[in-house]
Design a protein. Sequence first.
Length: 440
Amino acid sequence: MGERISARGVALRVLTACEKQGAWSDGFLKKSLRSAGLDGRDAALATRLCFGVLQNRLLLDHHLGRLSTVKLEKMEPAVRNSLRLGAYQVLFLDRVPDHAAVSEAVDLARENSRNPRSAGLVNGVLRSLVRQKDSLESPKDPAIRYSHPQWLGEAFRSRLGREEAELLMAADNGEPPTCAQVNTIRATTEDVAAALQAEGVEVTLHPWLPDCLLLSHTGSLEELTAFQKGLFYIQDAAARLAVLAAAPRPGIKVLDACAAPGGKSFAAAIAMGGQGSVLSCDIHPHKIELIRAGAKRLGLDCISAELLDGKDCKGELLDGFDLVIADVPCSGLGIIRKKPDIRYKDPKPLEGLPRVQSAILDNVARYVRPGGALLYATCTLLERENEDVVRTFLGKRKDFTLERAEVPGDFEGADTGMVTCWPHRHNTDGFFFAKLRRLP
Protein backbone atom coordinates (compact mmCIF):
# COMPACT_ATOMS: atom_id res chain seq x y z
CA MET A 1 0.00 0.00 0.00
CA GLY A 2 1.35 3.45 -0.95
CA GLU A 3 2.19 6.32 1.35
CA ARG A 4 -0.82 8.22 2.70
CA ILE A 5 -0.71 11.83 1.60
CA SER A 6 -3.33 14.59 1.75
CA ALA A 7 -4.63 16.73 -1.12
CA ARG A 8 -2.53 19.64 0.14
CA GLY A 9 0.46 17.34 0.47
CA VAL A 10 0.10 16.31 -3.17
CA ALA A 11 -0.16 19.95 -4.26
CA LEU A 12 2.98 20.83 -2.26
CA ARG A 13 4.88 17.92 -3.77
CA VAL A 14 3.96 19.00 -7.31
CA LEU A 15 4.74 22.69 -6.77
CA THR A 16 8.10 21.87 -5.20
CA ALA A 17 8.99 19.47 -8.04
CA CYS A 18 8.15 22.18 -10.58
CA GLU A 19 10.64 24.51 -8.89
CA LYS A 20 13.44 22.11 -8.00
CA GLN A 21 13.33 19.66 -10.91
CA GLY A 22 11.71 21.68 -13.68
CA ALA A 23 8.84 19.15 -13.76
CA TRP A 24 5.71 19.99 -15.75
CA SER A 25 2.81 20.42 -13.37
CA ASP A 26 0.16 18.55 -15.39
CA GLY A 27 2.17 15.37 -15.92
CA PHE A 28 3.69 15.30 -12.42
CA LEU A 29 0.28 15.99 -10.87
CA LYS A 30 -1.31 13.03 -12.67
CA LYS A 31 1.44 10.70 -11.44
CA SER A 32 1.20 12.06 -7.89
CA LEU A 33 -2.59 11.68 -7.79
CA ARG A 34 -2.31 8.07 -8.95
CA SER A 35 0.32 7.18 -6.36
CA ALA A 36 -1.57 8.96 -3.54
CA GLY A 37 -4.83 7.15 -4.33
CA LEU A 38 -6.99 10.19 -3.48
CA ASP A 39 -10.75 10.00 -3.94
CA GLY A 40 -12.41 12.25 -6.51
CA ARG A 41 -13.08 15.11 -4.12
CA ASP A 42 -9.54 15.26 -2.73
CA ALA A 43 -8.03 14.84 -6.21
CA ALA A 44 -10.10 17.82 -7.39
CA LEU A 45 -8.89 19.88 -4.40
CA ALA A 46 -5.24 18.99 -5.06
CA THR A 47 -5.65 19.98 -8.70
CA ARG A 48 -7.37 23.26 -7.82
CA LEU A 49 -4.67 24.16 -5.29
CA CYS A 50 -1.81 23.28 -7.60
CA PHE A 51 -3.15 25.15 -10.62
CA GLY A 52 -4.43 28.04 -8.50
CA VAL A 53 -1.01 28.68 -6.97
CA LEU A 54 0.69 28.46 -10.37
CA GLN A 55 -1.83 30.83 -11.96
CA ASN A 56 -1.35 33.40 -9.19
CA ARG A 57 2.22 32.79 -8.03
CA LEU A 58 3.64 36.26 -8.66
CA LEU A 59 0.61 37.91 -7.05
CA LEU A 60 0.87 35.64 -4.00
CA ASP A 61 4.59 36.37 -3.73
CA HIS A 62 3.86 40.10 -3.99
CA HIS A 63 1.59 39.98 -0.94
CA LEU A 64 3.67 37.45 1.03
CA GLY A 65 6.87 39.37 0.42
CA ARG A 66 5.40 42.42 2.15
CA LEU A 67 4.49 40.40 5.23
CA SER A 68 7.52 38.16 5.72
CA THR A 69 10.73 39.20 7.48
CA VAL A 70 12.52 36.46 5.53
CA LYS A 71 12.77 36.93 1.76
CA LEU A 72 10.85 34.26 -0.15
CA GLU A 73 13.86 33.41 -2.33
CA LYS A 74 15.86 32.59 0.82
CA MET A 75 13.33 29.98 2.00
CA GLU A 76 13.40 26.26 1.26
CA PRO A 77 11.12 25.50 -1.74
CA ALA A 78 8.78 23.44 0.46
CA VAL A 79 8.38 26.31 2.93
CA ARG A 80 7.86 28.87 0.18
CA ASN A 81 5.20 26.72 -1.45
CA SER A 82 3.51 25.97 1.88
CA LEU A 83 3.11 29.73 2.26
CA ARG A 84 1.75 30.05 -1.27
CA LEU A 85 -0.75 27.25 -0.71
CA GLY A 86 -1.99 28.86 2.49
CA ALA A 87 -2.16 32.31 0.90
CA TYR A 88 -4.05 31.02 -2.14
CA GLN A 89 -6.70 29.43 0.07
CA VAL A 90 -7.04 32.56 2.21
CA LEU A 91 -7.34 34.91 -0.76
CA PHE A 92 -9.17 32.81 -3.36
CA LEU A 93 -11.09 29.91 -1.79
CA ASP A 94 -14.19 31.02 0.10
CA ARG A 95 -15.13 27.48 1.13
CA VAL A 96 -11.91 26.89 3.07
CA PRO A 97 -11.98 28.58 6.52
CA ASP A 98 -8.96 30.81 7.07
CA HIS A 99 -7.95 29.00 10.25
CA ALA A 100 -7.95 25.66 8.42
CA ALA A 101 -5.85 27.07 5.56
CA VAL A 102 -3.29 28.45 8.04
CA SER A 103 -3.20 25.28 10.15
CA GLU A 104 -2.70 22.99 7.13
CA ALA A 105 0.09 25.19 5.74
CA VAL A 106 1.86 25.19 9.11
CA ASP A 107 1.65 21.40 9.22
CA LEU A 108 3.08 21.13 5.71
CA ALA A 109 6.00 23.36 6.63
CA ARG A 110 6.67 21.40 9.81
CA GLU A 111 6.65 18.07 7.96
CA ASN A 112 8.73 19.17 4.95
CA SER A 113 11.31 21.61 6.32
CA ARG A 114 14.69 20.93 7.88
CA ASN A 115 14.42 24.17 9.88
CA PRO A 116 12.37 23.86 13.11
CA ARG A 117 11.50 27.57 12.87
CA SER A 118 9.77 27.23 9.51
CA ALA A 119 6.38 26.31 10.96
CA GLY A 120 6.40 29.42 13.17
CA LEU A 121 7.36 31.61 10.20
CA VAL A 122 4.52 30.24 8.07
CA ASN A 123 2.08 30.65 10.96
CA GLY A 124 3.05 34.28 11.57
CA VAL A 125 2.99 35.36 7.92
CA LEU A 126 -0.35 33.72 7.14
CA ARG A 127 -2.01 35.07 10.29
CA SER A 128 -0.90 38.55 9.23
CA LEU A 129 -2.36 37.89 5.78
CA VAL A 130 -5.70 36.84 7.29
CA ARG A 131 -5.85 40.04 9.36
CA GLN A 132 -5.00 42.28 6.39
CA LYS A 133 -6.66 40.47 3.48
CA ASP A 134 -9.61 42.87 3.22
CA SER A 135 -7.31 45.89 3.00
CA LEU A 136 -4.71 44.51 0.56
CA GLU A 137 -4.07 46.77 -2.42
CA SER A 138 -4.16 45.17 -5.83
CA PRO A 139 -0.86 45.69 -7.70
CA LYS A 140 -1.08 48.39 -10.37
CA ASP A 141 1.02 46.35 -12.78
CA PRO A 142 -1.25 43.84 -14.62
CA ALA A 143 1.72 41.51 -15.11
CA ILE A 144 1.96 41.08 -11.33
CA ARG A 145 -1.81 41.09 -10.88
CA TYR A 146 -2.19 38.22 -13.34
CA SER A 147 1.18 36.61 -12.55
CA HIS A 148 2.98 36.95 -15.87
CA PRO A 149 6.76 37.52 -15.88
CA GLN A 150 7.67 41.06 -16.94
CA TRP A 151 9.28 39.95 -20.20
CA LEU A 152 6.09 38.16 -21.23
CA GLY A 153 3.80 40.98 -20.13
CA GLU A 154 5.91 43.38 -22.17
CA ALA A 155 5.77 41.10 -25.22
CA PHE A 156 1.96 41.05 -25.02
CA ARG A 157 1.78 44.83 -24.47
CA SER A 158 3.98 45.56 -27.48
CA ARG A 159 1.75 43.35 -29.63
CA LEU A 160 -1.71 44.29 -28.34
CA GLY A 161 -1.43 47.51 -26.36
CA ARG A 162 -1.80 47.80 -22.60
CA GLU A 163 -5.59 47.34 -22.29
CA GLU A 164 -5.90 44.29 -24.53
CA ALA A 165 -2.75 42.71 -23.11
CA GLU A 166 -4.40 42.89 -19.70
CA LEU A 167 -7.47 41.09 -21.09
CA LEU A 168 -5.20 38.38 -22.51
CA MET A 169 -3.35 37.90 -19.22
CA ALA A 170 -6.67 37.70 -17.35
CA ALA A 171 -7.90 35.08 -19.84
CA ASP A 172 -4.69 33.09 -19.31
CA ASN A 173 -5.81 32.56 -15.72
CA GLY A 174 -9.23 31.29 -16.76
CA GLU A 175 -10.42 27.73 -17.37
CA PRO A 176 -10.20 26.44 -20.95
CA PRO A 177 -13.31 24.89 -22.49
CA THR A 178 -13.44 21.15 -23.16
CA CYS A 179 -14.01 20.88 -26.91
CA ALA A 180 -15.23 17.58 -28.37
CA GLN A 181 -14.72 17.30 -32.12
CA VAL A 182 -17.37 15.03 -33.61
CA ASN A 183 -16.28 12.06 -35.70
CA THR A 184 -18.79 12.68 -38.48
CA ILE A 185 -17.69 9.48 -40.24
CA ARG A 186 -19.43 7.55 -37.46
CA ALA A 187 -22.25 9.81 -36.28
CA THR A 188 -23.93 13.18 -36.68
CA THR A 189 -23.29 16.03 -34.28
CA GLU A 190 -26.89 15.79 -33.05
CA ASP A 191 -26.53 12.05 -32.33
CA VAL A 192 -23.25 12.52 -30.45
CA ALA A 193 -24.72 15.36 -28.38
CA ALA A 194 -27.71 13.16 -27.48
CA ALA A 195 -25.45 10.22 -26.57
CA LEU A 196 -23.34 12.41 -24.29
CA GLN A 197 -26.38 13.96 -22.62
CA ALA A 198 -27.73 10.48 -21.97
CA GLU A 199 -24.53 9.82 -19.99
CA GLY A 200 -25.07 12.94 -17.87
CA VAL A 201 -22.71 15.27 -19.72
CA GLU A 202 -23.68 18.92 -20.21
CA VAL A 203 -23.41 19.72 -23.93
CA THR A 204 -23.66 22.94 -25.93
CA LEU A 205 -22.91 23.61 -29.58
CA HIS A 206 -19.75 25.59 -30.23
CA PRO A 207 -20.72 29.15 -31.24
CA TRP A 208 -18.73 29.28 -34.49
CA LEU A 209 -17.01 25.96 -35.18
CA PRO A 210 -19.12 23.29 -36.94
CA ASP A 211 -19.31 19.74 -35.54
CA CYS A 212 -17.79 20.87 -32.24
CA LEU A 213 -19.39 20.40 -28.81
CA LEU A 214 -18.49 22.17 -25.56
CA LEU A 215 -18.62 19.73 -22.65
CA SER A 216 -18.89 20.13 -18.89
CA HIS A 217 -19.51 17.75 -15.99
CA THR A 218 -17.86 14.99 -17.99
CA GLY A 219 -16.27 12.93 -15.24
CA SER A 220 -13.59 10.70 -16.76
CA LEU A 221 -13.82 11.18 -20.52
CA GLU A 222 -12.25 7.82 -21.26
CA GLU A 223 -15.04 6.04 -19.40
CA LEU A 224 -17.81 7.58 -21.51
CA THR A 225 -19.42 5.12 -23.91
CA ALA A 226 -19.46 7.75 -26.66
CA PHE A 227 -15.69 8.14 -26.27
CA GLN A 228 -15.05 4.41 -26.31
CA LYS A 229 -17.15 4.08 -29.47
CA GLY A 230 -14.96 6.69 -31.17
CA LEU A 231 -17.74 9.22 -31.68
CA PHE A 232 -15.52 12.17 -30.76
CA TYR A 233 -12.02 13.22 -29.79
CA ILE A 234 -10.80 16.16 -27.70
CA GLN A 235 -9.11 19.04 -29.52
CA ASP A 236 -9.12 22.79 -29.01
CA ALA A 237 -11.22 24.75 -31.48
CA ALA A 238 -8.19 26.69 -32.77
CA ALA A 239 -6.29 23.56 -33.80
CA ARG A 240 -9.25 22.17 -35.70
CA LEU A 241 -9.89 25.58 -37.26
CA ALA A 242 -6.36 25.46 -38.68
CA VAL A 243 -7.03 22.11 -40.34
CA LEU A 244 -10.33 23.39 -41.76
CA ALA A 245 -8.45 26.34 -43.23
CA ALA A 246 -6.11 23.92 -45.00
CA ALA A 247 -9.23 22.47 -46.70
CA PRO A 248 -8.40 18.75 -46.89
CA ARG A 249 -10.74 16.94 -49.29
CA PRO A 250 -11.51 13.28 -50.02
CA GLY A 251 -8.83 11.33 -51.87
CA ILE A 252 -5.79 13.51 -51.18
CA LYS A 253 -2.46 12.54 -49.59
CA VAL A 254 -1.63 14.33 -46.32
CA LEU A 255 1.55 14.43 -44.25
CA ASP A 256 1.25 15.56 -40.63
CA ALA A 257 4.93 16.11 -39.89
CA CYS A 258 4.82 16.80 -36.11
CA ALA A 259 1.62 14.95 -35.39
CA ALA A 260 1.48 13.86 -31.73
CA PRO A 261 -0.96 13.44 -30.08
CA GLY A 262 -2.73 13.19 -33.45
CA GLY A 263 -5.57 15.72 -33.33
CA LYS A 264 -4.78 17.38 -36.65
CA SER A 265 -4.37 14.02 -38.36
CA PHE A 266 -7.78 12.99 -37.00
CA ALA A 267 -9.33 16.29 -38.13
CA ALA A 268 -7.88 15.93 -41.63
CA ALA A 269 -8.98 12.31 -41.99
CA ILE A 270 -12.52 13.13 -40.87
CA ALA A 271 -12.71 16.12 -43.23
CA MET A 272 -11.59 13.75 -46.01
CA GLY A 273 -14.41 11.34 -45.14
CA GLY A 274 -11.79 8.67 -44.52
CA GLN A 275 -10.89 8.66 -48.23
CA GLY A 276 -7.25 9.20 -49.14
CA SER A 277 -4.25 8.82 -46.83
CA VAL A 278 -2.76 10.60 -43.83
CA LEU A 279 0.82 9.89 -42.78
CA SER A 280 1.26 10.98 -39.14
CA CYS A 281 4.84 11.39 -37.97
CA ASP A 282 6.66 12.16 -34.74
CA ILE A 283 10.13 11.68 -33.27
CA HIS A 284 8.97 9.82 -30.12
CA PRO A 285 8.06 6.10 -30.39
CA HIS A 286 5.54 6.19 -27.51
CA LYS A 287 3.71 9.05 -29.21
CA ILE A 288 3.47 7.04 -32.42
CA GLU A 289 1.59 4.40 -30.41
CA LEU A 290 -0.74 7.09 -29.04
CA ILE A 291 -1.59 8.22 -32.58
CA ARG A 292 -2.22 4.64 -33.71
CA ALA A 293 -4.46 3.95 -30.72
CA GLY A 294 -6.45 7.15 -31.32
CA ALA A 295 -6.90 6.41 -35.02
CA LYS A 296 -8.05 2.86 -34.20
CA ARG A 297 -10.60 4.09 -31.64
CA LEU A 298 -12.00 6.57 -34.16
CA GLY A 299 -12.02 4.01 -36.98
CA LEU A 300 -9.76 6.12 -39.19
CA ASP A 301 -8.09 3.43 -41.29
CA CYS A 302 -6.63 5.96 -43.69
CA ILE A 303 -4.11 7.09 -41.01
CA SER A 304 -0.70 5.45 -40.71
CA ALA A 305 1.92 6.54 -38.17
CA GLU A 306 5.70 6.45 -38.51
CA LEU A 307 8.82 7.77 -36.78
CA LEU A 308 10.18 10.81 -38.59
CA ASP A 309 12.29 13.81 -37.61
CA GLY A 310 10.85 16.87 -39.31
CA LYS A 311 14.35 18.30 -39.86
CA ASP A 312 15.64 15.22 -41.72
CA CYS A 313 14.91 15.02 -45.43
CA LYS A 314 13.47 11.74 -46.69
CA GLY A 315 13.95 11.39 -50.42
CA GLU A 316 11.00 9.04 -50.88
CA LEU A 317 8.65 11.77 -49.59
CA LEU A 318 9.76 14.59 -51.92
CA ASP A 319 6.89 16.24 -53.85
CA GLY A 320 4.64 13.48 -52.54
CA PHE A 321 1.76 15.19 -50.71
CA ASP A 322 -1.21 17.38 -51.54
CA LEU A 323 -1.16 18.83 -48.02
CA VAL A 324 1.64 19.00 -45.46
CA ILE A 325 0.89 20.07 -41.88
CA ALA A 326 3.74 21.36 -39.72
CA ASP A 327 2.62 22.10 -36.15
CA VAL A 328 6.16 22.75 -34.98
CA PRO A 329 7.74 22.67 -31.49
CA CYS A 330 7.28 26.09 -29.88
CA SER A 331 7.36 28.03 -26.62
CA GLY A 332 3.74 27.02 -25.90
CA LEU A 333 2.81 30.47 -24.59
CA GLY A 334 -0.66 30.17 -26.12
CA ILE A 335 -1.65 27.31 -23.81
CA ILE A 336 -0.97 28.96 -20.44
CA ARG A 337 -4.59 28.19 -19.45
CA LYS A 338 -3.76 24.48 -19.73
CA LYS A 339 -0.15 24.63 -18.53
CA PRO A 340 0.00 27.58 -16.11
CA ASP A 341 3.64 26.95 -15.18
CA ILE A 342 4.85 27.35 -18.76
CA ARG A 343 4.98 31.13 -18.21
CA TYR A 344 7.74 30.73 -15.59
CA LYS A 345 10.18 28.80 -17.77
CA ASP A 346 13.51 30.43 -18.52
CA PRO A 347 12.99 32.59 -21.65
CA LYS A 348 16.62 32.30 -22.77
CA PRO A 349 16.33 28.84 -24.41
CA LEU A 350 13.23 30.05 -26.29
CA GLU A 351 15.38 32.36 -28.39
CA GLY A 352 16.69 29.41 -30.40
CA LEU A 353 13.25 28.06 -31.31
CA PRO A 354 12.82 30.05 -34.57
CA ARG A 355 15.92 28.32 -35.97
CA VAL A 356 14.41 24.90 -35.23
CA GLN A 357 11.02 25.95 -36.60
CA SER A 358 12.57 27.31 -39.79
CA ALA A 359 14.60 24.13 -40.27
CA ILE A 360 11.46 22.00 -40.03
CA LEU A 361 9.45 24.29 -42.30
CA ASP A 362 12.23 24.45 -44.90
CA ASN A 363 12.49 20.66 -44.94
CA VAL A 364 8.83 19.60 -44.97
CA ALA A 365 8.07 22.16 -47.71
CA ARG A 366 10.01 19.81 -50.01
CA TYR A 367 7.31 17.20 -49.48
CA VAL A 368 4.55 19.42 -50.95
CA ARG A 369 3.74 18.62 -54.55
CA PRO A 370 3.51 21.56 -57.01
CA GLY A 371 0.05 23.07 -56.52
CA GLY A 372 -0.25 21.56 -53.03
CA ALA A 373 -0.77 23.30 -49.68
CA LEU A 374 1.45 23.75 -46.61
CA LEU A 375 0.04 24.56 -43.17
CA TYR A 376 2.47 26.05 -40.62
CA ALA A 377 1.16 26.18 -37.04
CA THR A 378 2.23 26.86 -33.45
CA CYS A 379 0.53 27.16 -30.07
CA THR A 380 2.38 30.34 -29.16
CA LEU A 381 1.70 34.07 -29.51
CA LEU A 382 5.22 35.36 -30.12
CA GLU A 383 5.69 36.99 -33.52
CA ARG A 384 9.27 35.75 -33.82
CA GLU A 385 8.00 32.15 -33.82
CA ASN A 386 5.01 32.84 -36.05
CA GLU A 387 4.87 35.58 -38.68
CA ASP A 388 8.64 36.10 -38.71
CA VAL A 389 9.31 32.42 -39.45
CA VAL A 390 6.79 32.45 -42.30
CA ARG A 391 8.19 35.67 -43.78
CA THR A 392 11.74 34.26 -43.64
CA PHE A 393 10.55 31.10 -45.39
CA LEU A 394 8.77 33.04 -48.14
CA GLY A 395 11.92 35.09 -48.68
CA LYS A 396 13.77 31.87 -49.55
CA ARG A 397 11.04 29.91 -51.34
CA LYS A 398 9.63 32.04 -54.14
CA ASP A 399 7.54 29.08 -55.34
CA PHE A 400 5.33 29.40 -52.23
CA THR A 401 2.75 32.09 -51.54
CA LEU A 402 0.30 32.87 -48.74
CA GLU A 403 -3.30 31.96 -49.50
CA ARG A 404 -6.51 33.26 -47.95
CA ALA A 405 -7.80 31.06 -45.12
CA GLU A 406 -11.51 30.30 -45.40
CA VAL A 407 -12.61 30.09 -41.77
CA PRO A 408 -15.89 30.52 -39.88
CA GLY A 409 -16.09 33.50 -37.54
CA ASP A 410 -14.21 36.77 -37.36
CA PHE A 411 -10.48 36.18 -37.55
CA GLU A 412 -8.06 38.98 -38.24
CA GLY A 413 -5.51 37.90 -40.85
CA ALA A 414 -7.70 35.32 -42.59
CA ASP A 415 -7.59 37.37 -45.80
CA THR A 416 -3.77 37.37 -45.78
CA GLY A 417 -3.40 33.69 -44.86
CA MET A 418 -1.84 34.26 -41.42
CA VAL A 419 -4.32 33.84 -38.54
CA THR A 420 -3.87 34.21 -34.79
CA CYS A 421 -6.46 32.85 -32.37
CA TRP A 422 -6.54 34.62 -28.99
CA PRO A 423 -7.85 33.26 -25.67
CA HIS A 424 -9.51 36.58 -24.76
CA ARG A 425 -11.05 37.16 -28.21
CA HIS A 426 -12.07 33.68 -29.31
CA ASN A 427 -11.99 31.56 -26.12
CA THR A 428 -9.47 29.22 -27.75
CA ASP A 429 -5.87 28.35 -27.12
CA GLY A 430 -3.48 31.02 -28.27
CA PHE A 431 -2.71 29.59 -31.70
CA PHE A 432 -1.16 30.71 -34.99
CA PHE A 433 -1.40 29.21 -38.44
CA ALA A 434 -0.37 30.21 -41.95
CA LYS A 435 -1.76 28.67 -45.11
CA LEU A 436 0.77 28.50 -47.94
CA ARG A 437 0.35 27.29 -51.51
CA ARG A 438 3.13 25.89 -53.68
CA LEU A 439 2.84 27.34 -57.16
CA PRO A 440 2.05 24.82 -59.92
